[in-house]
Design a protein around this ligand. Sequence first.
Ligand SMILES: Cc1ncc(COP(=O)(O)O)c(C=O)c1O
Length: 454
Amino acid sequence: MDGKKFEYLSVSDAPRIVVTPPGPRSLEILKMQEDLESSSVSYPKGMPMALERGKGATLEDVDGNIYIDCFSGAGVMALGHGHPEVLKAAHEQIDKITHTLDIPSETRMKMVKALRGILPKELSRVFFGGPTGSDAVEQAIKLARFNTQRYGIIAFEGAYHGMTGASLAVTSDSGHRDGIGPLVPGVQFIPFPYRYRNPFGCPEEMVDEFAAENLERVLDDSHSGYSKPAAVILEAVQGEGGTIIPTPRFLQRVREITKAHGVLMICDEIQCGLGRTGKMFAFEHAGIVPDIITISKALGGVGFPISAIAFREELNTMPTGKSIGTFRGNMVAFAAGAAALNWMVDNQVPEYAAELGEKAMARFKEIEKNSKILGEARGIGLMIALEIVEDKKSRKPATDLTKMVRKLAHQRGVMIEVGGHHNNVARLLPPLIISEDLLMKAADVLEGVLKELE
Ligand SMILES: Cc1ncc(COP(=O)(O)O)c(C=O)c1O
């Protein structure tokens, strides 16, 4: 593979740290934010800085530090910051028209056509239900309930689907769920095949099979306490839950079981979709087609907020105006998103992500072998995770150490995300156009940080 293919899009000599972050200008802005915004602001607590500009897989803060971005604004910036062709499409659109609700335009149709070009033919319908990923999840659940006239939803432990009503109800993390009163009812959780923290006590290689069998059991057994649900919702690769990668067979079994029971299968592709795992959609690794999928994050090209669901023809039953909303037609997002999707296909970005991901995993596996606190490095495409533990034998999650990994990496010019059941997973979601050189430099930095923390 040519690891320099997209090098021209980024600053090649990153990272460049001129003052340990947060530098003086960043501190001023951070203080203003702390004084005036909500206490729930989160990312600046883990990576304190104020940002100035971005270029490809690199970001510059207001103090002149340049970072390798292995975070992509939570997986949004698949083509990196300031992608020239995507920006050109956005600039052209912004002078024409920016908001049309769902009244069509050529630009909107460009987006629909670009999506058509990458979706399986069975998912023949798309719906833009609101700007955020959570909106897409709400729409997917609403569509499943409307079509089945059933209410229940089965979701998985470790799932992250959003922060609004039903999307929060299918998100498992009690840190998000607790203390705000009753959530949307009807949701029940079952274990996801998380091999490193085996929820079944079976041999590790059988975890996926056990997880699928458990789904079958709760649907089959009239004493399981699970009434027949409208849908099963899952991420084909769990993101915030710690980059948990099931086997293709697990996804195939979920497809078979849901079909046999007349239950809809919703795949949330908001984080793992659009090339992230080395295929356009993560469910494609299993050769299956779900009934409904959700798409967002990278869909807006360079971070313009937009989301969509795609679904099978037979679910296209909602009467006119059944599900409405103001922000369902951001023309700039459509223009940028269509340009981004077309560029992604023309430049074989998912294939590049798959190949670079393999090289990166070879490097991270080597780091795992030599580290006392890197319990497991795992990844698929450019969705990579380092699970940090107190020691490899006990596998006890090392939450504070993981915070330190992020802090020290940031100070040395590499931005990462933290997630996982115990907030002990250092997560890398670099732009898919990151060069091999920048990604390997990021790996070197992380190796140094892990060594220091041992
Ligand atoms: C898999 C998945 N679904 C849904 C969402 C929610 O998207 P948003 O934050 O845009 O509402 C996220 C966000 O990280 C996600 O990773």
